[in-house]
Design a protein around this ligand. Sequence first.
Ligand code: FDA
Length: 458
Amino acid sequence: MTEITRDVVVIGAGAAGLTAANELKKAGLSVAVLEARDRVGGRLWTDVIDGAMLEIGGQWVSPDQDALKDTLAELGLETYDRYREGDSVYIGQDGVLTRFTGEIFPVKPDTEKVIVELIEKLDAMVALVDPDRPWESPDAEALDSISFEEWLKQQTDDTEARENIALFIAGAMLTKPAHAFSTLQALLMAASAGSFSNLVDADFILDARVVGGLQQVPLLLAERLGDDVHLNAPVRTLRWNDEGVTAEAEGVTVHARRVIIALAPVLYNRISFVPALPRRQHQMHQHISMGFVIKVHAVYDRPFWREQGLSGTAFSPYELSHEAYDNTNHGDERGTLVGFVSDKNADGVFALSAEERKERILESLSHYYGPEAKNPVVYYESDWGSEEWTRGAYAASFDLGGLHRYGADLRTPVGPISFACSDMAGAGYQHVDGAIRMGRLAAERIVAEEHALIGAQA
Ligand code: FDA
C-alpha cells in the first residue's frame, strides 16, 4: 500500500478530473489523481476493434464548445468535419423514406408548420434560461413539474410533430423517454448548446471530430501529470473534516487538504464518506440518474451510401436506431456508420441474444441505407450501461422536479470536498466541453481559496 500526501487529491481521470489536476498543477499545487479503471478518459475511449478505430464514447465537437476547442488547440490536436455531402433521409410515421436537405424533416406541410412553430417557441423559452442557473428561469418550478412529453401534448395534437421535437431532447440527448424528465430539464439541455435550433441542426451539434480520436484529450492531459495519475485505484472510502481529507483507494492512500470528486453523480454512493455527506447531498443524489443509449458502429469496405448521393445522416422517431451518421475516420478508405438505439428501445434489444440484437439493429440501418447496411465487416455496440464505473450513457440528469429543487446545490462544495463533472455543467452540459469547464471551475475555486489562505497566514 502506497501512502502519499498532496495538496489536492482528484478522484476520477475523465476530462473533468484531468483538467482540474492540470490547472491545479499549473498553479503550483501538488496533486494525485485516483482512477478506478486501468485507463484514463472515462466516457472518452478510442479503441481498435477488429482492426477498426472506433470512438466508443464521446467524439463530436460543436462550434460553441470553446473550452474543449481551447484544450484541443493547447494539446495540438486537429479536427476534421463530419461527412455531410448529399441528401439526408427521414422515415416518417407511415414508414415511408424521404430524402431531404436542411434541418427540418420532410413531413406533411401541416406538421412542418407545427414543428417550425414549436422550435420558435422553444427557442424563445430557452433564451430566458441561464444554463448555469435554470432554476432561476421564469416559471422554473412549473416547468420542472411537467414532463416534456406532457408539455408537448399541451402544445399540439400532431403526434408526428411532437415525436420529432421530443426526439431531439429525449432519444438524442438525455437518452431517457420524454415522460421521464421535465420541460425545465429539456430547456437546460437546449440552453447548454445555445438554443433549441442548435440541437435540431446536426451540422452544428455534430460538427467535427478529432483526428486520431477524442480520447487523446485525457491521454495527453494525463501524460503531463505523469506518476501523479494512479490507475486501477477505485476510491472506496473518503475520510474528511475541516482540516483535510484521506482518500483510500485500492493500493494507494492519499492525504490532502482538499479533494475534487470528478465522477458522474450516480457513482458518489460507491464511496463511503466518513463522516457521511450532509442530508441535502444524500437526498439530491438520489434524484439524478443516467440516461441509456447504445452507440452502434458498423464498418463497411467502402462508404457505399455516398454512391447513392446520401450524406449518411438519417433520422426517424419510428426506427429502432432513431438517428445515424457517416462516421468514417479521417483518411480511411472504409466507411463507417454510427447509429444510436436509445432508452426503451435499448432495454428491448438487450432482452434479445447478441445475434438477434445485431440483426435487428442492422435491419433498422438497412431501412435508411438499403440492404448493403446489413453486412458490415466490423460491428460493435458501445454498452456503457454495463460499465461499472459509468452505468449509462451519455450522462446524468434530474428526474421530474429535481432540477429546480436541488440544481443550485449540485456544484456547491462540502467542506474540503468539491465536485466536477460534465453532468453538472451549464454550457456544454453532458458534453466534454462541460466536463472541462467544471474541471476548471473546481480548480479555480481551490486555487483562489489556497491563495487567500496563504495571504491570511503571511
Ligand atoms: P467521466 O465519467 O468521463 O469520468 C469519471 C471518471 O471517474 C471515470 O474515468 C471513472 O472510471 C472514474 N471513477 C468512477 N468512480 C470512481 C472511484 N470510486 N474511484 C476512482 N475513479 C472513479 N460528449 C461530447 O462532447 N461529444 C460527443 O459526441 C459525445 N458522445 C458520447 C457518446 C457516448 C457513448 C458517451 C458515453 C458519452 C458521450 N459524450 C459526448 C459525453 C462525454 O463523453 C462525457 O460528458 C464526458 O466525457 C464526461 O467526462 P467527466 O470527466 O465529467 O466524467
